[in-house]
Design a protein around this ligand. Structure first.
Ligand code: ZN
Length: 320
């Protein structure tokens, strides 16, 4: 299959955090809605109701770690000039767990300088305010403008909003590359799973050998055909970026304990279970997400949003 040529955004300059902060003026940003407006009785969606079972934190690559629960968690990257978190867990409880886990991994949580939020679902931003309040008040927060706006404009009862972000320092844009320490983080816009969903490409090393990790921000298909088809399009869009970067490690922003457990018992000299090669990144890793979308469309069974969409907002439109 032909891979599209690298686009201009793929060759985007590497920005410092300060440059990234200044990169996008924010006239389009919705004003933050205070957390207090979210009803205390609003419950998170059933299937993802925390608390989840914690898993042992793990060093996945030389300076790339995962801490969290069986459902979701946080990637931690040690850039040599501070730590970067990718997502924050579901809740303050999760964030406290991750903070304790980081210490077990000999990572100092006060060194966190940047928190990347992959997308505007509570299981990814829910721990953010705990980190900002209790752990790393000076850390910069980055997410997409679309994600921020969605969280600040939807009615409180629609989503599990209580811990929603109250400020963002960097609005991630498609193809944006941010350099910190010796690591460059590239964001890729992959809407569908949510409107503001971002995926990431970052280098990792295993025993000093460099690999490229492609981290899909959200692969599962959501309720409507249009969202599912948008997921399909975003998978192919991300594939083009991943191919240009030669990604050979496929990750999502959720736990992958089945794969992590193989790494936990890896013996010296054995292959790294997360390094699948550039071809299998496409034919195996991304294909899994293509299959999910295909199944959803073929079956006609969209995943419902029962806990997210109040009954009173549903209505039938004649002729559709
Ligand atoms: Zn999600």
């Amino acid at each position: 299959m032909d891979i599209p040529a690298a686009s201009a955004t793929q060759r985007a300059a590497i920005l410092t955090m300060a440059e990234a902060e200044a990169a996008l003026p924010v006239p389009g940003a919705a004003a933050p809605i205070a957390n207090a407006q979210a009803s205390a009785s609003v419950q998170p969606p059933g299937r993802f109701a925390p608390p989840f079972t914690s898993i042992d934190p793990i060093r996945l690559f030389d300076r790339f770690y995962f801490a969290g629960t069986t459902a979701v968690g946080v990637f931690v990257v040690d850039t040599g000039d501070g730590l970067v978190l990718m997502d924050t867990g579901c809740s303050p409880t999760d964030a406290a767990l991750v903070t304790a886990d980081m210490k077990k991994l000999a990572l100092d949580p006060s060194r966190i300088r940047l928190i990347l939020i992959s997308h505007e679902h509570f299981d990814h931003y829910g721990g953010l305010q705990y980190f900002k309040r209790e752990v790393c008040p000076d850390a910069k927060v980055a997410m997409s403008l679309a994600g921020w706006n969605l969280l600040q404009t939807v009615p409180p009862e629609w989503l599990y909003l209580d811990p929603r972000p109250q400020s963002v320092d960097i609005y991630l844009t498609d193809g944006m590359r941010i350099g910190l320490g010796d690591t460059t983080f590239q964001a890729v816009s992959t809407p569908g799973h949510s409107p503001g969903c971002m995926s990431f490409i970052i280098p990792v090393t295993d025993g000093g050998e460099t690999h490229m990790a492609g981290i899909l921000g959200g692969g599962a298909a959501w309720p409507t055909q249009i969202e599912t088809r948008m997921c399909q399009a975003s998978i192919e869009y991300f594939r083009a970026f991943a191919a240009a970067a030669r990604c050979d490690v496929g990750l999502t922003v959720h736990s992958q304990e089945a794969t992590f457990s193989a790494l936990r018992v890896r013996k010296p000299g054995e292959a790294h279970p997360l390094v699948i090669g550039t071809e299998r990144f496409d034919t195996q890793f991304l294909q899994g997400y293509r299959d999910i979308c295909r199944h959803v469309l073929d079956s006609g069974r969209m995943m419902p949003y029962p806990a997210l969409t109040p009954r009173r907002t549903r209505h039938k439109v004649k002729g559709l």
